[in-house]
Ligand binder design. Structure first.
Ligand code: RNT
Ligand code: ZN
Length: 414
C-alpha cells in the first residue's frame, strides 16, 4: 500500500531528528488572539466615526460588518476555517448598547460586553481586550493620555480604568486570563517644541490607570509602542524607549507590533532581548508594506523568523501572540483566515526545524553547515505536515470556495 504523504514526511523529518507529532501537538495548543477589527475596518459600534489616530484602512470591498450580529457571524465563518486554539481580541469601541443607549468611553461597564462574553463562552474561548484611544470626539489634536488639556487627559484615564475592570470581567467569565493592550496614537505631525512633557503626562496617566485594583493573574496589561503614524510623522509619545522603560518600571508586559519600527528594524531580532528581561512578552503580528500599512500577514521570511524566535527559545507559553492587520480591499473573511493561517504556518515551520542541531553548528562556528542545513530545510515536506494539522483540526485546506460562497449568499446582501 502507498504510504500517505504525511507518513512519508514524518519519516523525512525523523531523519533530521524532528518529531512531527510533537510539532503538530504544540501548534494545536498555541492560542492565537484573533483581532475582531479585520471584519469592519476598525470602525466599531460606539462612536460611528471613521478611523483616525494615524492608522488607516484602504479599500471598499463589499460586505463590511456593520452590526454586532454581522460581525459575530463573520467571525464564526472565519473561525470555522481555522484550526488550533483561538482567543477573540476585542476593542472597547465594539461595546454593544441597548437601543437608544449612549455611553461615553469613560463610563463603559462590563454589561456593555455581555453579548461578547456569551459569544466567547458558547465557543469556549477567551477574550483579550483593548481600550480604544482613537476615532472619538474626545481625542483632541491627536492627543489622549498625554494631552495638556486636563478634561481630555482625565477622560481617557477614566476610559483606561473602565477597561481594566472589563478585562477582569472577561477573565472571570471565561476562566481564561485576559490580555489588555494599551496603545495610544498621541503625537505630532511636525517638530515639537517639547518632547518631555507629553511623555511625562503619559506616564502619569498610565500610573493613574494602573492604580486600579486588579488581579494580575487574570489581567495582563501590555503596552504597545510605535514609531510614527499618518499625520504624526515627527513624534510619537509612546515610543519604543518609553514603552519598554515603562513596562519595566511597572512590571507590565511590553508589546511589539512588527509594523511599528523603522523599516529595516526587525522584531525577530528584538524578541530574545525582551525574553531575557520579561516573564511574558506580547506581539501584534502584521505586515507593513513601506509603512505601517497593516497588510494581511503572509508566510514570509520575517513572520517565519519571528516564529522561530518564539519556538527555539522555548517561549510558546511566554509570548502572547495576536494578529493585527486590516485590509478592506479584499474579502475580509479571507483576510482573517489567510493571515491567521500564516501565523500558524510560521509556527509549525519553526517547530519543524532541528533547532538544537542548528544551535550546535553555530556554537561550533560551522557556518558552512549551518547555511546548507537552513537552506535544505526550506524544501523539506512542510506542506504535508501542515495539511495533517488541518485534517486533525477538521478544517478543509481549501477555504476560498467557502469564502466565495459566503460572499455570494451573505456579504453581497449587506
Ligand atoms: C496601531 C496599533 C494598534 C491598532 C489596533 C486597532 O498602529 O497597531 O494595535 O492597530 O489597536
Ligand atoms: Zn498593533
Amino acid at each position: 500500500m502507498k504510504m500517505s504523504r504525511y507518513k512519508e514526511a514524518k519519516k523525512i523529518y525523523e531523519k533530521l531528528s524532528v518529531d512531527t507529532e510533537k510539532a503538530i501537538e504544540s501548534l494545536q495548543n498555541t492560542p492565537i488572539s484573533i483581532h475582531c477589527w479585520q471584519g469592519d475596518d476598525v470602525i466599531g459600534f460606539d462612536a460611528g466615526e471613521s478611523l483616525s489616530g494615524g492608522i488607516q484602512t484602504t479599500g471598499n470591498y463589499i460586505g463590511r460588518a456593520k452590526t454586532p450580529e454581522q460581525l459575530m457571524a463573520d467571525i464564526d465563518k472565519a473561525f470555522s476555517l481555522l484550526g488550533g486554539k483561538k482567543k477573540l481580541n476585542l476593542h472597547a469601541c465594539y461595546a454593544i448598547f441597548e437601543q437608544g443607549e449612549k455611553v461615553g468611553r469613560d463610563k463603559l461597564e462590563p454589561k456593555h460586553f455581555e453579548k461578547w462574553v456569551d459569544f466567547a463562552k458558547q465557543r469556549n474561548i477567551g477574550i483579550d481586550f483593548n481600550p480604544t484611544f482613537f476615532a472619538h470626539p474626545m481625542v483632541k489634536d491627536n492627543l489622549t493620555l498625554s494631552s495638556p488639556d486636563e478634561d481630555v487627559r482625565s477622560y481617557w484615564v477614566n476610559h483606561g480604568k473602565a477597561c481594566i475592570k472589563i478585562a477582569q470581567y472577561f477573565a472571570e467569565q471565561t476562566g481564561i486570563p485576559c490580555v489588555m493592550n494599551i496603545w495610544i496614537p498621541d503625537g505630532y505631525k511636525d517638530i515639537p517644541a517639547d518632547r518631555f512633557s507629553p511623555r511625562q503626562r503619559f506616564k502619569k496617566s498610565l500610573d493613574e490607570i494602573l492604580a486600579v485594583d486588579y488581579d494580575k493573574s487574570k489581567v495582563f496589561v501590555t503596552l504597545e509602542s510605535k514609531v510614527f503614524g499618518i499625520g504624526l510623522e515627527s513624534y510619537t509619545v509612546g515610543s519604543s524607549e518609553f514603552c519598554l522603560s515603562y513596562s519595566n518600571y511597572k512590571g507590565i508586559t511590553p508589546l511589539m507590533d512588527n509594523g511599528h519600527y523603522h523599516p529595516t528594524e526587525l522584531v525577530s531580532d528584538k524578541i530574545s532581548s525582551l525574553l531575557l528581561f520579561n516573564e511574558k512578552i506580547a506581539l501584534h503580528i502584521t505586515r507593513g508594506v513601506r509603512w505601517d500599512s497593516d497588510h494581511v500577514v503572509l508566510f514570509d521570511d520575517e513572520t517565519k523568523e519571528i516564529a522561530k524566535e518564539i519556538v527555539r527559545n522555548n517561549a510558546l507559553d511566554r509570548v502572547f501572540i495576536a494578529t493585527d492587520y486590516f485590509d478592506a480591499s479584499i474579502n475580509r473573511i479571507s483576510a482573517w483566515v489567510t493571515g491567521v493561517r500564516n501565523v500558524q504556518k510560521a509556527l509549525l515551520f519553526a517547530l519543524l526545524q532541528p533547532n538544537e542541531d542548528l544551535k550546535l553548528k553555530q556554537d561550533e562556528s560551522d557556518f558552512t553547515s549551518l547555511m546548507v542545513m537552513q537552506e535544505e530545510l526550506k524544501t523539506a515536506p512542510f506542506g504535508d505536515v501542515w495539511e495533517e494539522f488541518l485534517k486533525r483540526e477538521k478544517v478543509e485546506k481549501d477555504y476560498l470556495t467557502t469564502v466565495k460562497e459566503y460572499e455570494k449568499e451573505v456579504l453581497v446582501n449587506r
